[in-house]
Each structure stands twice: as structure tokens, then as C-alpha cells.
Design a protein. Structure first.
Length: 104
């Protein structure tokens, strides 16, 4: 079974010590993206991208809180999103699949 520890061993992740300041910064980005997604007159595509970016930042927070970050390189978004189900549990599998589809 795949796990964050497997991804660490394969070089896709590295250890990361989450800080309150970093999480607060990311939560600020989430708030901004959600606010931007609600701007009147913005195209559906624009609203979608802002909402997706907010969800992506929340996935990053879950990964950081689990003690990891995605290593630099290809697939950064995919690993961050796919880590959701490993960081928060298999109950997030459907959300992981949905967000993965949104990223393509």
C-alpha cells in the first residue's frame, strides 16, 4: 500500500517542519483565493481556477502538518493533491480523485 513514507523513500517528498507562520500564510492565500472566486463578473473559468488554487493550498497544509513537503520537480501539484488521502486518511479518497481531475 502506498504511503507518504513510500513517497519519501522514492524521493517525491522530503521532511518538512510546519510552522504556525507558514500555515497562517497559506490560510491567508486560501481566504484570498476564495474571495477572488466570488468576484462578480469573473468568468466561470476564472472562478474555478481561484477555487482550485484554494483547494490546492489546503492540500499543501495537510501535507505540511503531516511532516512532509513535495520535493522540487515535476508533478508538484499532482503529489500535493494526491497526498491528501494519505495525510488525512482514506475518507478523503473521493476528494483526492475529484481534485486530481480538476487539475488536468
Amino acid at each position: 500500500m502506498m504511503s507518504l513514507e513510500n513517497w519519501l523513500q522514492n524521493g517525491h517528498l522530503s521532511r518538512h517542519q510546519a510552522t504556525v507562520a507558514k500555515v497562517q500564510k497559506l490560510l491567508g492565500l486560501v481566504d484570498r483565493e476564495l474571495s477572488d472566486a466570488g468576484v462578480t463578473g469573473l468568468s466561470a473559468d476564472g472562478r474555478f481556477m481561484h477555487a482550485y488554487d484554494a483547494a490546492y493550498q489546503l492540500c499543501a497544509i495537510a501535507l505540511y502538518a503531516s511532516g512532509y513537503e513535495v520535493s522540487k520537480g515535476k508533478g508538484h501539484h499532482a503529489y500535493t493533491i494526491n497526498a491528501l488521502q494519505y495525510a488525512l486518511g482514506q475518507g478523503q479518497a473521493a476528494n483526492t480523485i475529484y481534485l486530481s481531475k480538476c487539475s488536468t
